[in-house]
Design a protein around this ligand. Structure first.
Ligand code: FEO
Length: 499
């Protein structure tokens, strides 16, 4: 139903020559391409060296920019390495801009874009994602290039108007799954990716280059330092921690939706991944796809142990250190200890996605779990972490209670298992406590050495997904409640169908 609506809009827009574009050129019309290609290639030489422009291919150019001044991404996540807001231009018979940038870097972005277009009209602005770090410059683009037509999902058009009072109804083409747009030599195919990690998200595939403009997927924190491609940097050493932290914290909750997109991607010949943050992938795509497969299925990346403690006067910290030393002594080198009060929770979320085994050690505070530890636990739940082995330590000088309360939250995570019994410490670890910790270390090491990394338990993670036929929003649950209204388009339950 929604595909029919979108395709009808698509045809209507084309027939009407939306924003002055001839319908014949929109839908696969033959073009004098060779001449335009030559023009595009010559144009490229003119803007080489301007701003942060980089060539992705002969006719696809990077026009994004990096922000190194920002302290907190989304006002939540520390990003000491800054962040890049990626945007791309395709120069064909028609010109196409893929997404814009955050308002903080619009100066560089417009310098890049103007240079790349080199006096040509901008014909299309493809909006793959409407979050303002990519959409803040849309209004200005539409003012600067008044003949540009926006290509986006229906949900994106609604959200664009919500954020920026930008009504594009008379200059847009609304697309749905599998719709295509021919711009000369290239044909673009639109792939819906709802809730990766917003409802309006889509990806755009270019048939000539094999580039997938993939919105936030495969993105990373970190400013680009001249290098654009993942193969131009030591990605595993210098970028993977930020790529993992980006994925787990921004997209991690939406593993099933990412799995859906990976399934679609498997049937397409993707040669380049063009995300909206971080390096572009043109080599070794299987490596990053494998990471996404692990992260989105909540499969631990490594057989490793993270020990997180919340300590006030040092007793719990001593216990955590002793446990980590015992684990290492017994042969597991990949063990890391974190102070929950000193480590940003986004780092801990990323480590939790990486490690197979997690030890949580908390003092008892106000008869409950230490506040920063409780925050971590709730954040793990919010990010849908699954299939992990937990071991628990509690401390209390008169009435230890943190252990069971931590367990009650962890029990809500799918696929949780426990290694060892809760170790209880009274103020400072005694010799008996150290023995109990040694026993816990043995159990953790045995668990790691026993078998494969936890596999996702499909039966427990499968959730019914109801798709709004009007805007593509996905509701997860056994059934859509009678009084439910789609948060994007306001549709009632009768407009949702089981995926
Ligand atoms: Fe980079 Fe979801 O925005």
């Amino acid at each position: 139903m929604s595909a029919e609506i979108a395709r009808r809009d698509f045809l209507k827009a084309a027939a009407a020559g939306a924003a002055g574009i001839a319908a014949a050129s929109v839908f696969g019309g033959a073009s004098a391409f060779a001449e335009d290609q030559v023009k595009a290639f010559e144009g490229k030489k003119k803007f080489a060296g301007i701003g942060s422009i980089r060539e992705v291919t002969d006719d696809i150019l990077y026009v994004g920019a990096s922000d190194r001044r920002i302290q907190l991404f989304e006002n939540v996540y520390p990003i000491p390495r800054g962040v890049a807001y990626n945007s791309y231009v395709l120069l064909d018979e028609k010109t196409v801009l893929f997404d814009t940038v955050d308002r903080s870097v619009t100066g560089q972005f417009f310098e890049n874009l103007t240079a790349v277009l080199d006096g040509r009209e901008l014909d299309y602005l493809v909006v793959d994602h409407m979050e303002p770090d990519h959409s803040s410059a849309i209004s200005e683009v539409l003012v600067r290039w008044p003949n540009a037509t926006v290509v986006c999902t229906k949900a994106a058009a609604l959200i664009l108007n919500q954020f920026f009072a930008c009504d594009i109804s008379d200059r847009s083409i609304l697309v749905d799954e599998g719709d295509t747009l021919n711009v000369g030599r290239h044909t673009l195919t639109f792939v819906m990716a709802p809730m990766v990690h917003w409802p309006e998200v889509m990806m755009t595939y270019d048939d000539v280059s094999g580039a997938l403009f993939c919105a936030d997927a495969f993105g990373s924190f970190g400013a680009l330092n001249g290098n654009l491609f993942a193969d131009e940097v030591d990605f595993e050493k210098d970028w993977l921690p930020d790529a993992r932290r980006y994925y787990c914290n921004i997209v991690g909750k939406y593993g099933p939706q990412v799995q859906d997109v990976l399934l679609k991607a498997a049937s397409v010949d993707i040669k380049i991944l063009c995300p909206t943050h971080g390096p572009v992938w043109r080599k070794n795509l299987g490596w990053i796809l494998e990471k996404y497969s692990l992260w989105s299925s909540y499969t631990p990346e490594e057989k490793a142990v993270m020990v997180v403690y919340g300590s006030v006067y040092g007793g719990t910290e001593s216990a955590a250190n002793a446990l980590a030393a015992q684990i290492s002594q017994k042969g597991i080198a990949d063990v890391a200890v974190y102070d929950v009060s000193k480590t940003h929770v986004s780092e801990l979320i990323a480590e939790a996605f990486r490690c197979s085994h997690i030890v949580l050690a908390s003092i008892t505070y106000n008869m409950g779990v230490f506040t920063p530890m409780k925050n971590l636990l709730l954040d793990l739940e919010a990010h849908n972490l699954q299939n992990r082995s937990f071991s628990l330590l509690e401390n209390g000088s008169w009435s230890p209670a943190a252990g069971k309360q931590m367990q009650s939250i962890l029990d809500r995570l799918s696929g949780t298992s426990y290694t060892g019994r809760i170790v209880t410490i009274l103020s400072s670890p005694s010799s008996e406590d150290y023995k109990a910790l040694a026993t816990m270390a043995e159990a953790i090491v045995a668990s790691i050495q026993a078998g494969p990394i936890n596999a996702p338990e499909k039966a427990e993670t499968e959730v019914k997904r109801w798709v709004c036929k009007l805007c593509g929003y996905v509701y997860e649950g056994d059934e859509v409640p009678a009084e439910y209204k789609c948060p994007i388009c306001g549709a009632g339950p009768d407009k949702f169908e089981l995926e």
